[in-house]
Design a binder for this molecule. Structure first.
Ligand SMILES: [Fe+2]
Length: 284
């Protein structure tokens, strides 16, 4: 595992409340009434001002929105747990590309000795991807796309050209270009010595894949989940297509994988299945 810079969580408490409120179909007044907390406190929290939120307020807001109170309180106190993500049987190089006020991530998963491996997502553009490309990554033998949004697709064509590849893999029904080969639920590709299995996880957008990566030779080794914009450390992706599907797939995927599985999200820092099952505010 390559130690990356300490990057902030993708979502603060205010973002989590905003997403949860949106998914519950409540406005601020309705949430305040349901939780028994003043509208001003709700508005302050969604504007990233948490000083006046007491533990009791957080307890009641968590109950009103069916959120994990422990994780929600940890976010409010800026103490969301960051687990160790080392111990994988290959090297993961997160490439953090500035995007909005945070980062969008691409990942190279490679053999630590040779630097040969596979790429997940392409960042905002090829120049941006190149600017954070690790020297240790020497060759890419296959490329995978989690979902066809601009900040994840941008650098793909350039990366394909640079590594002499004609095609990449993407979600079935959500392949943005003719050179994209669709992968549906449970379909597995073997590339660069890795077994990469797609899970169809729509909800953030209409078509979205997560990928589980294991070394082909050691299928029981600690696994890596490329979670795209389904699961973030401390949050979930926005349910722009379907909130209920985001929740359903997040629960399904986290429930299906070993607790030790490392998660590499499309935004924010890496985490683990164990950590998110315990603390992710959306998972109760
Ligand atoms: Fe995204």
């Amino acid at each position: 595992m390559t130690a990356g810079p300490a990057i902030p969580l993708e979502d603060e408490l205010g973002d989590v409340l905003d997403k949860a409120q949106h998914c519950a179909g409540l406005n601020e007044e309705q949430l305040a009434a349901r939780a028994g907390v003043t509208v001003e406190k709700i508005q302050n929290a969604e504007d990233y001002r948490y000083d006046d939120l007491t533990d009791d307020d957080l307890h009641r807001v968590a109950a009103a929105l069916h959120l994990n109170e422990v994780g929600l309180s940890a976010l409010a106190r800026n103490q969301y747990p960051r687990p160790r993500t080392s111990g994988l049987p290959f090297c993961v190089h997160p490439m953090h590309i500035p995007f909005g006020i945070g980062v969008v991530n691409a990942y190279a998963v490679v053999d630590c000795a040779t630097g040969v491996g596979v790429l997940f997502d392409g960042g905002t553009g090829f120049e941006a991807l190149q600017s954070v490309w690790p020297k240790a990554v020497t060759r890419i033998e296959a490329v995978f796309l989690t979902h066809p949004e601009a900040e994840h697709v941008g650098g793909l064509s350039g990366a394909l050209r640079q590594h002499g590849l004609g095609t990449f893999y993407g979600p079935r029904g959500g392949c943005p270009r003719p050179e994209c080969w669709p992968l549906g639920e449970g379909e597995t590709v073997v590339a660069a010595g890795y077994q990469i299995t797609a899970f169809s996880t729509p909800g953030h957008c209409a078509e979205h894949n997560c990928y589980v990566v294991r070394p082909k030779a050691v299928p029981r080794a600690r696994a890596l989940l490329i979670s795209g914009d389904l699961i973030f450390a401390g949050s979930l992706g926005g349910g722009y297509f379907s909130c209920s599907q985001v929740l359903q797939h997040a629960r399904r995927i986290l429930g299906a994988l070993p607790a030790s599985t490392v998660i590499a999200p499309g935004h924010g820092p890496m985490t683990t299945v164990e950590n998110e099952l315990k603390y992710n505010p959306f998972l109760v």
